[in-house]
Write a protein that binds this ligand. Structure first.
Ligand SMILES: [Zn+2]
Length: 320
């Protein structure tokens, strides 16, 4: 078992610096290759910590039982280093969303070249997990989002990832220029994980996903069957476009949550109030339209009329 850090893409910057995309590679035997990507949005940090936790686990394996790594693990914690350095979601200067730049092009602008290099690096992998952390406005329960076009292949993988929710999107809503869509279209299975909130770490969620990824790798034959892993603690519910309800703010103001994330809600239950900073009035209330599970909740308090406040997955057969 060996561990190396490699540069997969390097571009000279205007004033002497270079932009480097690096990965850490753990190599054991000739078994399957798997990869974890993170930091494609510069304001999303949860995936960076998952990469750290996986690296720490692999470091320990290298010390105790190096023969148990049968394949290869690649960690790409920072796909958008300029964005991470400057706390910017997009690629600074280009102001373009790196996750709308795939599959990229070697002759394109910086985001497109970077995307093309990442596609080349990930070619042939048995599984890629791309970790996102929502944004600063919404907190998400650990979930995987799957395009229905690829659900037959991806749902069985996602079920083993120790997550709370699998959300299957209709093909019509798919963003084709994402890393996941580009990889899945080239027969490299890619799961998109959304969890936590932008600019923050949620260590419990990161731990939950870390355990799930280790189990997935063992299932794929990257880790030996005799490796003893922490037990799985979560089995996901499945949502699709028919049972996910979006709750939008009826007024602008300050949102004050009244319930916790991942709560089992009753129809009409209060999720929070929107209040005025100028006077004592409650301007509007956010209530669940169905019996269901609260899996997205507004994190950033300032809201505008129409802002997304929450997403609730209706329980099957629940009142509408
Ligand atoms: Zn993201």
């Amino acid at each position: 078992m060996t561990q190396t850090t490699e540069t997969i893409f390097s571009l000279a910057m205007p004033y002497r610096e270079t932009l480097d995309i690096r990965r850490t590679v753990y190599t054991g035997g000739n078994g399957p290759r798997v990869a974890v990507t993170a930091g494609i949005h510069g304001d999303e940090l949860e995936g960076l910590y998952v990469c750290h936790r996986l690296a720490a686990w692999l470091d320990e394996l290298q010390h105790s039982n190096p023969q148990h790594l049968l394949g290869q693990v690649e960690l790409y914690p920072a796909l958008n280093p300029l964005g991470l350095d400057t706390l910017t979601r997009s690629v600074p200067v280009f102001d373009s969303d790196l996750n709308r730049s795939f599959p990229g092009s070697q002759q394109g602008d910086l985001p497109k070249r970077l995307a093309a290099a990442v596609m080349t690096a990930l070619d042939g992998a048995s599984l890629v997990v791309d970790i996102h952390a929502s944004n600063i406005y919404l907190r998400e329960i650990p979930q995987v989002r799957i395009n229905s076009e690829f659900s037959d292949l991806l749902v069985p993988l996602a079920e083993q990832a120790n997550l709370d929710l699998i959300w299957i999107h209709g093909a019509a809503t798919v963003l084709e220029a994402t890393i996941a869509h580009s990889l899945n279209s080239r027969n490299v299975p890619c799961l998109v994980v959304e969890m936590g909130v932008g600019m923050r770490l949620t260590p419990d969620y990161c731990e939950q996903l870390t355990v799930g990824l280790l189990h997935l790798w063992q299932e794929l034959g990257v880790l030996a069957p005799e490796v003893v892993l922490p037990p799985l603690t979560h089995h996901p519910l499945v949502a699709d476009d028919s049972n996910v309800h979006y709750l939008n703010a009826q007024t602008s103001g300050l949102f004050v949550p009244a319930t916790a994330h991942w709560t089992d809600l009753r129809r009409g239950e209060l999720l929070g109030t929107i209040v005025s900073p100028f006077h004592g009035a409650v301007l509007s209330e956010v209530r669940s339209p169905v019996d269901g599970i609260l899996f997205t909740l507004r994190e950033y308090p300032l809201v505008y009329e129409g802002s997304l406040m929450a997403r609730v997955m209706a329980r099957k057969g629940g009142a509408r």
